[in-house]
Design a protein around this ligand. Structure first.
Ligand code: SAH
Length: 415
C-alpha cells in the first residue's frame, strides 16, 4: 500500500472530514491514477484512505477516514446502495432524479442521474474512473435497471488528465438489436419533459431545479401571474411550470437553439397552446435592456443563469454579471411582482449572492423583500463537511408594491 505524507499543519481539513487533499499539502509520496493511498500526517498519524490523482491540483480524494476500512468492490457497492436507498426517504415528485451526488454521497467525482428507466453517469475523478466497472455493475444491481450511459465529457476531466468518454456502459446495442433510445421523457410533478442524454447539458437535464419549478407553479397560481419572463430557459422546465400555474403568456430566452426547440416541444407535449409562449434565441442581458427600452413589464421573472463563477477566483467578475441582470430584471417587474433569482456558482456564497441582489436593488431604485430562500432539490444533498456541495442558491424577491407596506398585500404563499 502506497502512502502520502502531508506537510505539517496540513491535516486539519481531513480531521474535519473534508475529502480533498491539495498538491500543496503533500510533503512526499505518490501513486498511479486512481490508486488507493494511505494518507498520513507529518507525524505519521493515519488520516484517510484516498484515491490518488497524479495531475490534478486536488491530488487525492478521501474514500474513508476509518483506518480499518478496506477500499474494495464491496465498499464501493455498499456506498452506491446507500446513496440509492437514501433517495427513497425524500418526497421526489419525479422519475428523473439524482442517485449519486459525488462527494456528498461519499463518492468523489461520481454523478449518477436516473431518467425513467435509463441511468446516466459522469466520472470526473481518477478514483471513480479506476473503479468504473465495479460502479457500473453496482448501479445496475441496486436499481434493477439494465441501461447505463456514460457522459464523462465535463471539462473538469481534463484537470484530472482524463480524456472525454461518452457512450453506453451497459445495455447498449448488441448484435442486431436496435440501440436503446437516448431521447427520454420524464414525469416531473404534474408535467412531462423530454431530454436527450447524449446532447443535453450536464447528463441531459437540470434536476436540481425540480423543487423550484414546482414552487414557481404554486406562486403563479396563488398570485395569478399573467406575464412571465423565463430567462436562461434551457428546455423550458420553468416555462411549463408557469403555464401549469395558469400564466397567460410566458416569454422564454436562451442562447441555445436546440434547447429552445426542445422547450417548444415540451410546451406542446403538456398540451399547452404554444400561442401562450414566445421563445427568443438571444442573449439575456441584451434582451432585458431591449425590454426596458420598449417599456415592457412582467409579473414574474426567473433568472437561472449558467455558472458565472466556477470558483472563488472568478467571483468579482461574476458578481458584476449577476448584479447587472438582477438590476435589469427588478426594473422590469411590476410593483408587487416576483423575481426568482439563482446562482449555481460554487464561487458565490449564499451570503455574497444576497449582497449582490441587494446592491442590484439599490442600483435599480427598487425596494424588495426576500420572501423565500431556495436551494437544490434534496436528491442533491449537502453535507456539513463539504461546503462546496452547496452550489445552488435562490431567492424569491417581491418588488415592493406602491403605497403599501412591504408584503401586506401578498400574504403567505401556500406550501
Ligand atoms: N432554468 C433551466 C436551466 C438553465 S441552465 C432549467 O430549469 O432547466 C442555463 C441556460 O443558460 C443554458 O440553457 C444556456 O444555453 C443558457 N445561456 C447561457 N448564457 C446565456 C446568455 N448569455 N443568454 C441567454 N442564455 C444563455
Amino acid at each position: 500500500m502506497k502512502t502520502i505524507r502531508l506537510r505539517e499543519g496540513k491535516e486539519r481539513s481531513l480531521l474535519r472530514l473534508h475529502p480533498w487533499i491539495f498538491d500543496s499539502a503533500i510533503a512526499r509520496g505518490g501513486a498511479d491514477a486512481g490508486e488507493t493511498v494511505r494518507v498520513e500526517s507529518s507525524s505519521g498519524q493515519f488520516l484517510a484512505w484516498a484515491a490518488f490523482s497524479p495531475s490534478s491540483r486536488i491530488r487525492a480524494r478521501a474514500w474513508s477516514f476509518t483506518e480499518a476500512q478496506r477500499i474494495d468492490a464491496a465498499f464501493l457497492s455498499a456506498l452506491i446502495g446507500r446513496a440509492i436507498r437514501t433517495r427513497a426517504c425524500f418526497d421526489i415528485q419525479s422519475d428523473g432524479l439524482r442517485l449519486v451526488h459525488g462527494e456528498s454521497d461519499g463518492l468523489p467525482g461520481l454523478i449518477v442521474d436516473r431518467y425513467a428507466d435509463t441511468l446516466v453517469a459522469q466520472f470526473t475523478s481518477c478514483g471513480v474512473e479506476r473503479w468504473k466497472d465495479v460502479i457500473a455493475d453496482a448501479l445496475l444491481r441496486e436499481t434493477g435497471l439494465s441501461r447505463l450511459y456514460e457522459r464523462s465529457d465535463a471539462s473538469v476531466r481534463g484537470l484530472e488528465g482524463l480524456p472525454e468518454a461518452t457512450g453506453w456502459l451497459r445495455g447498449g446495442p448488441a448484435g442486431d438489436a436496435p440501440a436503446p433510445p437516448t431521447e427520454l421523457t420524464i414525469r416531473e410533478h404534474d408535467w412531462r419533459l423530454t431530454l436527450d442524454i447524449t446532447t443535453g447539458h450536464k447528463t441531459g437535464f437540470y434536476l436540481d431545479q425540480r423543487d423550484s419549478r414546482q414552487r414557481f407553479a404554486v406562486h403563479t397560481r396563488h398570485r395569478k401571474f399573467q406575464h412571465v419572463l423565463n430567462c436562461f430557459c434551457y428546455t423550458g422546465g420553468f416555462t411549463v411550470a408557469a403555464l401549469a400555474g395558469g400564466a397567460a403568456h410566458v416569454t422564454s430566452i436562451d442562447s441555445s437553439g436546440p434547447a429552445l426547440e426542445r422547450a417548444r416541444a415540451n410546451v406542446a407535449l403538456n398540451g399547452f397552446d404554444t400561442a401562450r409562449t414566445t421563445f427568443l434565441d438571444a442573449d439575456v442581458n441584451a434582451s432585458l435592456r431591449g425590454f426596458i427600452e420598449a417599456g415592457k413589464t412582467f409579473d414574474a421573472i426567473i433568472l437561472d443563469p449558467p455558472k458565472f463563477a466556477p470558483t472563488a477566483a472568478h467571483a468579482d467578475r461574476a458578481a458584476r454579471a449577476y448584479k447587472d441582470i438582477n438590476r435589469l430584471a427588478l426594473k422590469l417587474l411590476v410593483p408587487g411582482g416576483e423575481l426568482f433569482t439563482y446562482s449555481c456558482s460554487g464561487g458565490i456564497s449564499a451570503d455574497l449572492f444576497h449582497k449582490i441582489v441587494a446592491s442590484a436593488g439599490i442600483d435599480a431604485g427598487v425596494e424588495g423583500c426576500i420572501s423565500e430562500r431556495l436551494q437544490g432539490a434534496p436528491d442533491h444533498p449537502m453535507t456539513i463537511h463539504f461546503p462546496e456541495g452547496e452550489y445552488l442558491k435562490g431567492l424569491v424577491v417581491v418588488k415592493k408594491p406602491e403605497g403599501t407596506g412591504l408584503l401586506n398585500e401578498i400574504g403567505t404563499i401556500p406550501a
